[in-house]
Write a protein that binds this ligand. Structure first.
Ligand SMILES: Nc1ncnc2c1ncn2[C@@H]1O[C@H](COP(=O)(O)OP(=O)(O)OP(=O)(O)O)[C@@H](O)[C@H]1O
Ligand SMILES: [Mg+2]
Length: 243
């Protein structure tokens, strides 16, 4: 579904590698939590996978398509929710979702069925015809999510998606992520909310200073570290006071 081989990315003018020789393979039907302290390289990894940032070494393959040699086919399989809402502010929610559906070639009947279902879930129906610039932070996040799901992508990537969502919407998002995996697709998301990761992830990975230092199911990594909770594992491998 997603295969990263020795992915390496440095920013210009920086001697340190933001992502350093990162290899990871995600399977169909799994939900994978990408954890790590601020500045660890999560967003950089995600931006490399989605084709937003160039990387200097390694390979990224999505559903068997190499991102560098077959970028359009690779990206066709991705739905991406970024950590910042760089949306087209002047468009209404409906125009934005239509725009995304047009890009991915989603039929009118399919987009209507999916949008209706998601708008209902996120209680965003009443604002669908208002300009995005009038949306609150959480509403922008929701329209971002709807736009990312409109083509029912095989690989759904989200960068800190819980930020700014109210409890009902966060719950709905978790349900959607689970349903996506249950349909045989894959979810890859970064988060600082360890309770969420603990609750919904099949596997997690912890990145520190650009290096993926731990990957496995929660049971595996807790057992390997001799810790009782994901928080303890995180603190012991990512630094900080470990009780
Ligand atoms: N545009 C940029 N130019 C230069 N350096 C950058 C840029 N964006 C990120 N970095 C650096 O790359 C490293 C990784 O940053 P990144 O944003 O990927 O971390 P992150 O794990 O997403 O952190 P956070 O949890 O705070 O979102 C950091 O050292 C950061 O300073
Ligand atoms: Mg980030």
């Amino acid at each position: 579904m997603l295969k990263l081989e020795h992915l390496t990315k440095s920013y210009a003018k920086s001697a340190v590698k933001a992502v350093d020789d990162l290899s990871l393979e995600l399977r169909p039907g799994e939900i994978f939590g990408f954890l790590g302290p601020n500045g660890a390289g999560k967003t950089t990894t995600i931006k490399a996978i989605t084709g937003i940032l160039q990387y200097e070494a390694g390979n990224v393959s999505i559903c068997g398509y190499d991102l560098k040699s077959d970028p359009i086919e690779a990206k066709r399989n991705i739905g991406y929710v970024s950590d910042s809402h760089v949306l087209y502010d002047k468009l209404t929610g409906r125009e934005y979702v239509d725009f995304m559906a047009d890009i991915y070639g989603v039929s009118v009947s399919e987009r209507k069925e999916r949008a209706d279902r998601l708008l209902e879930r996120f209680e965003l129906k009443d604002a669908f015809d208002s300009p995005i610039k009038t949306y609150s932070h959480g509403m922008k996040q929701k329209i971002n999510i709807i736009g990312a799901l409109i083509h029912n992508p095989n690989l759904w990537i989200l960068d800190e998606p819980m930020t700014g969502l109210d409890p009902q919407s966060a719950y709905q998002l978790k349900e959607l992520m689970r349903a996506h995996c249950d349909a045989g697709k894959t979810v890859f998301f970064s988060t600082h909310v360890l309770e969420v990761a603990e609750k919904i992830c099949d596997r997690v990975g912890i990145i520190v200073k650009g290096k993926l230092i731990l990957v496995g199911s929660l049971e595996e990594i807790k057992a390997a570290q001799g810790d009782d909770s994901l928080e303890e594992v995180f603190l012991s491998v990512a630094g900080g006071a470990h009780a």
